[in-house]
Design a binder for this molecule. Structure first.
Ligand code: TXA
Ligand code: MG
Length: 343
């Protein structure tokens, strides 16, 4: 299949430039598109044979359900049982980087929910994503547009590297502004559970919902044989090809010294803060130490860059765990297959 790339600058695109992509979706084909979190690989969420093509293109296990993307909150209730807690969350954070898992009405294509009786719904805030969903006229089922197991794509270039020849159109809407996948919260009758941390932080969810449980697999490897609440939370995920080690220390200076020394060996790639180690082709900067939103934006790109340089091992700092730091910690622990280096 020949893959075409269409540019849609979020500041100045004309909606008509998306009509070819919308037609392709309506015809049951795949389109990769930008969102504020990461790029998505979309198909018409009501067309089961179209949705199946997503699993094939990504090499994704069939038992891992997909998120349904809507252009407006009001459309979600056709597909999911939306209660007051959902609408409170929607008022506060939608459109935006939040996904809510609700009881499914069983209307979407069966492959979207992978046999579960719940469905994940999200209204992205990226204008190009919303225009495309609106032009398609159906909710779009979309996972991240990477090959299964690779870091999620935050630019159209990342999508091209993973999916060239496997998708009809890639819509290039620039770099993603959040850079980590959406927060996922599951609403059961009597409780709310954070399944995946993201740009809408645990603190923000608690401000609306009160108590929010955190699924054990957010920060720990799943127990052997345990069924994770979210099937996508496998042990190894988002992973670069070279082994990644998360470097943890009480003292920032000690960690910076470790990075500086590690960078002297060309076989290592070092992902660190500005000022930790001098610039070099095997040193990749997350940004200044305090700016975790910037670390989130850059992380997946840096994991790919470190790999492309052919590193034998990659070192990166263990994130704080507060605010968006929890999402960073969750992704980086998985990318590192829970390898931590205490120094
Ligand atoms: O930011 C995002 O959420 C991006 C963009 C494209 O919207 N999408 C994304 O999709 O990250 P994906 O498929 O890479 O991750 C979705 C996660 C998976 O871990 C999946 O298991 C979980 O959501 N999920 C989907 N439906 C679910 C459900 N009904 N119950 C529990 N987990 C569900
Ligand atoms: Mg993914």
């Amino acid at each position: 299949m020949k893959t075409h790339v269409i540019t849609a600058d979020p500041e100045r695109y004309e909606e008509s430039c998306l009509s070819g992509a919308a037609d392709l979706l309506k015809a049951g084909e795949l389109v990769a598109f930008p969102t504020e979190t990461v790029y998505g690989l979309g198909a018409d969420g009501t067309n089961d044979s179209a949705v199946k093509k997503i699993f094939e293109a990504k090499g994704r296990p069939q038992n891992n359900p997909l998120i349904l993307h809507f252009s407006n909150v009001s459309e979600c209730s056709e597909f999911a049982e939306c209660d007051d807690r959902f609408y409170a969350l929607a008022d506060a954070f939608m459109p935006g980087p939040l996904t809510v898992v609700l009881p499914s009405k069983g209307i979407c294509a069966p492959s979207v929910t992978a046999g579960l009786d719940s469905v994940a719904v999200r209204v992205p805030v990226h204008p190009v994503a919303r225009s495309l969903i609106k032009a398609c006229g159906k909710p779009i089922a979309a996972p991240s547009a990477n090959l299964s197991g690779r870091p999620s794509p935050t630019t159209a270039d990342h999508v091209i590297k993973d999916l060239d020849g496997k998708v009809g159109i890639i819509v290039d809407g620039g770099a993603c502004t959040v850079g980590l996948e959406s927060t996922i919260v599951k609403l059961d009758k009597d409780k709310a559970t954070l399944l995946r941390p993201g740009g809408i932080t645990l603190e923000m969810l608690k401000a609306v919902l009160g108590e929010v449980a955190v699924a054990p697999e957010v920060l720990s490897p799943p127990e052997p044989g345990a069924v994770p609440l979210s099937p996508g939370m496998l042990l190894k995920h988002y992973s670069p090809k070279a082994p990644l080690y998360l470097v943890r220390s009480e003292k920032h200076e000690k960690r910076a010294e470790f990075f500086r020394k590690s960078a002297l060996c060309g076989e290592n790639a070092v992902i660190c803060f500005e000022g930790d180690a001098p610039a070099s082709k095997n040193v990749f900067y997350l940004g200044t130490r305090e700016d975790e939103a910037e670390h989130a934006r850059r992380l997946f790109d840096l994991l790919r860059l470190a790999d492309e340089g052919g590193a034998k091992r990659i070192y990166a700092p263990m994130p704080s765990g507060d605010g968006i730091g929890l999402a960073l910690q969750n992704r980086m622990l998985r990318a590192a297959a829970f390898r931590i280096k205490d120094i």
